[in-house]
Design a protein around this ligand. Structure first.
Ligand code: PEP
Length: 247
């Protein structure tokens, strides 16, 4: 069985003061609930790990460089992330693919770097509205998966997040049937590539405008093992009910 995961992507939001929510969130988690992960901006990683100490909340980063070290001003390496005590890194988010021109092969190299540093990668995939309307969704997803996921994926080192670009931060959510279509497809592609024993245990998250009022319905979808949550992960009042809906 795949692990259930509720992952929060804070994007470029928050300061040290925002980390107070981790204690509050920890106090509002269900017994025997999903794995809960918070991915704050990089400058907060050390402090986030400290703030989450003694709770079950895991900490992740939002990107890493593909190289182990070197002359890459402004970038951070996977080993530097691991050094903070963080255990995950989001890679291939559409905001990185679009805003920083990351291609599949760049994402693949970053995942290899993350694995080499002992981090688990959350690989994000998703189609644009144009692709969706042209009925190209599954082709896009297949291409992103084939091009971005290195060989050697396991349920421990890889989580896949399906995030339609048109649903991120827009309040628009695909129908349950559209989510199931993509998640079933992802499971089948992973099975072809990795075999059922491995593929069946890889967590597949849905991301894009998950909110307290739609989470329970989304989590009913076949092959949805959790969510990658942006805006609604910033406040306990929004994120806790989403986590409870997954428990
Ligand atoms: C995201 O950025 O990964 C995301 C899903 O954002 P939101 O939940 O705000 O749509």
């Amino acid at each position: 069985m795949p692990r259930k995961i509720a992952a929060g992507n804070w994007k470029m939001n928050g300061t040290a003061a925002s980390l107070a929510m981790l204690r509050d969130l920890a106090a509002n988690l269900p017994d025997a609930g999903p794995d809960v992960l918070i991915c704050p901006p990089a400058p907060l990683l050390f402090r986030a790990v400290d703030a989450a100490a003694g709770t079950s909340i895991l900490i992740g980063a939002q990107d890493c460089h593909a190289a182990a070290s070197g002359a890459y001003t402004g970038d951070i390496s996977a080993a530097q992330i691991a050094d903070t005590g963080a255990t995950y890194v989001i890679l291939g988010h559409s905001e990185r693919r679009e805003g920083h021109n990351e291609r599949n092969r760049d994402v693949r190299a970053k995942i290899e770097a993350a694995w080499a540093a002992g981090l688990a990668a959350i690989l994000c995939l998703g189609e644009s509205l144009e692709d969706r309307e042209a009925d190209n969704t599954l082709d896009i997803i297949a291409g992103q998966l084939a091009g971005s996921l290195p060989n050697g994926a396991t349920p421990e080192n890889t989580v896949i997040a399906y995030e339609p670009i048109w649903a991120i931060g827009t309040g628009k959510v695909p129908t349950l049937a559209q989510i199931v279509d993509v998640h079933d497809f992802l499971r089948a592609e992973l099975t072809d590539r990795l075999g059922a024993t491995t593929a069946d245990d890889i967590s597949l998250l849905y991301g894009g405008s998950v909110k307290p009022d739609n989470a329970a319905l989304i989590f009913e979808a076949r092959n949805v093992d959790g969510a990658l949550v942006g805006g609604a992960s910033l406040k306990v009042a929004d994120f806790a009910p989403i986590i409870h809906a997954l428990a």
